[in-house]
Design a protein around this ligand. Structure first.
Ligand code: AMP
Length: 514
């Protein structure tokens, strides 16, 4: 069954169940289904010509043109999910963009996608694009293009013909992730990829359970909770980013919403564990911690079992390029106490992993068709052999029997507080700042985990170290281009970049300066 069909079954079975709630607004399965139908009709009616499918534009971009993606901009409002499903029902991929991105990165993505339409659930200043405010469109039947409201009747009822829905091979969503050249790259995930992922991930939740969403929708970790919850008939509770800044507010949220299933990075739970009140007595509803996205340490598992002796801890592993995760394992207390490495799991049905020169290479039904409009990057990371498509993860690992273990990365991609970052992305943006001729960014590691980033820069006009004010000015310039989690904590100037015998920046030498 495909994702939309699964959600439809849940709508038919119990339309009054809450599908999603955030910031005081909730949406039942019935509302989700009906509103997404109405919005899909709007997309089809108003934008069929502009967005290409109905006109069947024939261009050199082929499939990417005939199914033009639609950017969905916002944070955690219920209309985000309505928009995602509306795009799928109208036969278009969507590309989620979170409000936490700086304006110039948002524009980079809008430009890269070449979108005709942006469905917005938060204010967006992008006059060169057709911005449709979803709540206005649905409630008042009006559409805003830029800031001016154009009257446009949105059908108050009606369903979209299934003929219009995305087909299995069509791209369902495009998620942008840090790219080593300084511009984000878009990972395409098809309807089939997502459907086969949820076939497997549905096993993680009990039907009808209360699930927490922590990650913004622009990160593929959110696909784990969002789509698994919707296809499993669960109720999803979105924790807004403002509340995540305060541990106390997050804990209150988990308590008030009676969350049973947490989906997050280990970093996030580590932050919560810093509060002694985060324990089974105060949170009796919590049943499971589901982790993905970064290394789960035995310390974290031990601390969880000390506070929550009766929960289940699940570790999953995978890259955005293979639809969130491809391995899973329940980590028991005994495993954490054994002193052995924490495994990342056994491979899900429908996927296979081979190890070549230590590198984890994935093939199977959730491997992406490639990067959006980037043949070169696609060729470098994906390959085909005997009709099977493979993705080279850049991760190093090994098997013990059928259990996979993670070693680390082969390249300069890192995870900081759960966020995927190409150090080259920060370096390229640093070198875009006037006066900086060279830049190298290094992670600072403590107790096996990356704690912060330090940037070393060479300046054309000045060999002295940076004053506090100068470092602050560089950070401020950088934050016009990069999200906050990518800004190095420290910026240091060096008079000359140390080099290895190949003439490349000598990262090992710089590490000694950390
Ligand atoms: P993302 O595409 O943001 O999901 O990041 C994927 C990368 O995160 C993988 O290639 C790994 O480097 C890392 N990763 C994901 N899950 C795990 C895990 N359970 N343990 C260690 N690293 C992980």
């Amino acid at each position: 069954m495909l994702v939309l069909e699964k959600i439809y079954e849940n709508y038919k079975a119990d339309g009054n169940r809450v599908a999603y709630e955030s910031q005081g607004c909730s949406l039942t399965y019935k509302e989700l289904w009906e509103q997404s139908d109405r919005l899909a009709l709007l997309i089809l009616e108003r934008f069929a010509g502009a967005s290409g499918k109905a006109l069947g534009e024939s261009t050199s971009e082929g499939e990417e043109e005939t199914h033009k993606p639609i950017v969905v901009f916002g944070h955690k409002k219920p209309e985000m999910l309505v928009s995602f499903l509306a795009c799928a029902k109208a036969g278009h991929p969507y590309c989620p963009v979170d409000t936490s991105m700086p304006e110039s990165r948002i524009k980079d993505i809008l430009q890269a996608v070449g979108t005709h339409i942006v469905l917005a659930t938060e204010p967006l200043d992008a006059p060169e694009f057709q911005v449709v405010y979803v709540d206005a469109a649905l409630e008042k039947g009006a559409m805003q293009a830029g800031k001016s409201v154009q009257a446009h009747a949105v059908p108050t009822r009606g369903t979209v013909s299934h003929e219009q829905w995305l087909r299995p091979e069509d791209v369902f969503y495009i998620i942008f992730t840090s790219g080593s050249t300084g511009k984000p790259k878009g990972v395409k995930i098809t309807c089939e990829n997502l459907s086969r992922f949820t076939d497997w991930s549905e096993g993680f939740f009990e039907k009808g359970a209360r699930v927490m969403n922590q990650a913004p929708f622009s990160f593929d970790l959110s696909v784990m909770d969002t789509y698994t919850s919707m296809t499993r008939g669960c109720s999803l509770y979105g924790l807004p980013k403002e509340m995540q800044k305060e541990c106390g507010e997050t804990l209150e949220f988990i308590q008030n919403k009676e969350i049973q299933y947490m989906v997050s990075t280990p970093s996030f739970v580590n932050m919560l564990l810093a509060d002694q009140n985060f324990n089974e007595k105060a949170f009796p509803n919590l049943r499971q911690f589901l982790f993905c996205g970064e290394k789960l340490t035995e310390e974290t598992v031990k601390r969880i079992y000390q506070r929550f002796p009766n929960v289940r801890v699940i570790n999953t592993y995978g890259p955005t390029e293979s639809t969130v995760a491809v391995t899973s394992v329940e980590i028991t207390k005994e495993m954490a106490d054994s002193g052995d490495d924490i495994p990342i799991g056994v491979v899900k049905p429908g996927s296979q992993i081979v190890i070549e020169d230590e590198e984890i290479i994935i093939c199977g039904d959730t491997v992406s068709p490639g990067y959006f409009k980037d043949e070169e990057k696609t060729r470098n990371a994906f390959f085909e052999k005997d009709g099977t498509r493979y993705y080279k993860t850049g991760d190093k690992g090994y098997f013990k029997g059928d259990m996979l273990y993670y070693i680390g990365r082969k390249d300069n991609q890192i995870k900081l507080h759960g966020y995927r970052i190409e150090l080259g992305d920060i370096e390229a943006n640093l070198m875009g700042i006037n006066g900086i001729t060279e830049a190298v960014v290094l992670p600072k590691v403590k107790d096996g985990a990356i704690r912060s980033l330090t940037a070393f820069v060479v300046r054309s006009a000045d060999e002295s170290d940076l004053t506090f004010q100068e470092a602050k000015a560089i950070k401020s310039k950088l934050s016009e281009k990069l999200p906050a989690y990518m800004i190095p904590k420290k910026i240091r100037a060096i008079s000359e970049m140390p080099r290895n015998i190949n003439g490349k920046a000598d990262r090992k030498k710089l590490e000694q300066l950390l």
